[in-house]
Design a protein around this ligand. Sequence first.
Ligand code: GUN
Length: 171
Amino acid sequence: MGDTKNRILFLTEKLALSPHPEGGFYKETYRSKETIDENCLPPAYTGSRDFATSIYFLLTSDSFSAFHKISQDEVWHFYEGSPVELHIISLDGKHKKQIIGPNISEGEVYQLVVPQNNWFASKVMEPESYSLVGCTAAPGFDFADFTMAERNELTDQFPHHEKIITAFTRV
Ligand code: GUN
């Protein structure tokens, strides 16, 4: 446990991570210098966006990433620690659980695409552990494209997923 705590402290400091509103800690590591004009983007975007962005994202087992959605596809990349359990509710209301982790012979994946506008939430699978992943978005991430789920609203929309929504929302 001491080793795990030390590793979390080391990663937080070395990668200069800050708290993310969805839970966990992050640091943006790439933002393209070129932008796409609003006129060239689908109507969902309320302004110009950078071509692409990437972050480190660290989640610890005493927390979770709450249901949220973004307007762009987001590619997750596994780096180290425990596998991550990712829950996706698609636009047609289907719930899917996928595991991003190092055990690819057991069906875990190193990379996973979360499709745009799908609600998603995640947690570290092993107790007293952490997961370090990367998240890459194109067009580049902007908080204007980010929506945190509200428990009652999401449950009204998807009543058959009440249990998982309750487990992965804070408000
Ligand atoms: N920058 C800040 N938050 C995020 C996020 O959730 N995803 C991506 N790709 N970039 C971010």
